[in-house]
Design a protein around this ligand. Sequence first.
Ligand code: FES
Ligand code: FES
Length: 159
Amino acid sequence: MLIEFTCNGKPVAVEAPPDISLLTLLRDYMGLTGSKEGCSVGECGACAVIMDGRLVNSCLVLAPQAGGSEVITIEGVHGEGADGGINDMQENFITYGAVQCGICIPGMVMAGEALLLHSPNPTRAEIRAALAGNLCRCTGYQQIVDAIEATAVGRQTGK
Ligand code: FES
Ligand code: FES
């Protein structure tokens, strides 16, 4: 079937079977491999994307459900420069040492971006709650919370 939606700001139309997940559609049919497949059952958050403004685990969304929606993947999160580059959130993940093996990081960044969309000035408790669906086996989470908090402060203060 033809699945039409907006992906990272551009209209897309993808011919794909109706019984695959949005994660498979993104990775295997669109070449967007930034979203990771950790568990495939909604437990780890590595596959998280923003769909119509909400963080969703793309492994739990049937591809046809994306029809007509606006999806933002980690490929759609980048800086303003000519080559895109990394944005302030991604820069802070590096600055605060929030990345080790990296498998959880696309989902963590998407969870951080989804939080700041709706809550631009979150408390640390709110940041932790927003990451409740994202597992990291490496960092202990502290540095990830630090990075998201610094991004929120930076966006609020323009620094
Ligand atoms: S791969 Fe989707 S939640 Fe783990
Ligand atoms: S950095 Fe390895 S799982 Fe999070």
